[in-house]
Design a protein around this ligand. Structure first.
Ligand code: ZN
Ligand code: ZN
Length: 353
């Protein structure tokens, strides 16, 4: 029996639910391994059911081990199937289900209480098993290889857009299914935009270039950032870079099970504040990564979650100075029993290209 499904069934029971319907793609894949784009996982007290249409039945048989596969049709709708199960309280993904879907379920379900699952699945997904960590490790490796390649082509005269295309092409050539998010290539003054997606700006001599990118490998994401300088770095660039690096590395030495996302964020924030740049680190330290690039836990001033072994998170402090540029350094890490393992292996000294 699949351990993920068993844990989910247990948490349903704790919430007083006897069943759940799950169809957010990442949650559906988490529970069933189904990689297609349409289908419903239904978990009851004693059944694992995967319901899909004609297009995906064979794929469901191949991928969803331990699930009973049922095809829904115009004559046998998802509502007919649910109404035919002996269930009373059906959990649903309230963060995902649209208002119109919700209304349709309420209208068509007979005597079944449709009940919000809240963050049940997000909490389970935050702690990875060894197989999941392996997929993320491979995704991180592809990102490292990509950074190495980008350093070999990055020079004054090329546009941010061209760099982003190179990043995306290279990751796919290395086996990635796609990018985990729109690649960020922010150069010169644009490097002060924490989420400056690639534009048609030409990269110039003296620019800081922030590269934040990641890929999807077997459904799992990677996420890393490096900032490089085109040509020789100025003293000011070196100063800013080294503060961010010091903050980023201090966190690596501190992360272990039991500390909160708030504690981890504070380590980096205090260092940046002490150097006088506290107002220029305007985002949280990091986030969980898995089937989605942003998931639990949150590492930020609002991060109440306690870190636990086998969580995969980012450590990504930054300083962003308007009209000057910015620096962010981001590693993907796994929380281990005693500390953490860094999955991003790319160098972190200031690279001058
Ligand atoms: Zn990132
Ligand atoms: Zn990130």
């Amino acid at each position: 029996m699949d351990i993920k499904v068993e844990k989910f069934r247990k948490s349903l029971k704790e919430k007083g639910l006897d069943s759940a319907i799950v169809f957010k793609p990442e949650n559906r894949r988490y529970l069933s391994k189904f990689s297609g784009s349409s289908g419903y996982v239904v978990i009851t007290e004693d059944k694992n059911i995967f319901i899909t249409d004609f297009r995906y039945v064979q794929q469901a048989f191949d991928e969803c081990k331990g699930f009973e596969i049922i095809q829904h049709t115009n004559d046998k709708t998802i509502y007919d199937i649910l109404n035919g199960l002996c269930i009373n309280k059906l959990g649903f993904e309230d963060e995902f289900v649209t208002v119109s879907q919700y209304n349709e379920f309420i209208e068509k379900l007979n005597d079944i209480h449709f009940t919000p699952l809240k963050d049940t699945l997000n909490r389970l997904r935050a702690i990875k098993d060894e197989d999941e960590i392996d997929e993320i490790r491979k995704a991180a490796h592809i990102a490292d290889k990509t950074f190495e390649y980008i350093c070999s082509i990055l020079k004054a005269g090329i546009t941010e857009w061209e760099v982003a295309l190179e990043i995306e092409n290279f990751m796919k050539k290395k086996g990635a299914a796609g990018t985990a998010f729109k690649s960020i290539v922010a150069s010169g003054k644009r490097a002060s935009l924490p989420h400056g997606v690639a534009s048609h700006k030409v990269i110039e001599e003296g620019d800081f270039v922030t590269l934040d990118f990641g890929c999807i490998y077997n459904g799992y994401c990677s996420d890393m950032t490096r900032t490089v300088v085109i040509g020789k770095a100025t003293d000011r660039q070196k100063e800013i870079y080294n503060i961010v690096l010091e903050a980023q590395e201090a966190v690596l030495g501190f992360i272990k099970p039991g500390i909160t996302g708030y504690d981890a964020d504070k380590i980096a924030r205090d260092i940046i504040k002490a150097k006088g740049y506290g107002d220029y680190f305007g985002h949280g330290l990091g986030h969980g990564v898995g089937l989605e690039v942003h998931e639990l836990p949150k590492l930020s001033p609002l991060g109440k979650d306690t870190l636990q072994a086998n969580m995969v998170v980012t450590d990504e402090p930054g300083i962003y100075l308007p009209d000057f540029g910015g620096v962010r350094i981001e590693d993907l890490i796994v929380v281990t029993e005693n500390g953490c393992e860094v999955l991003s292996k790319s160098p972190k000294h200031l690279i001058e290209l």
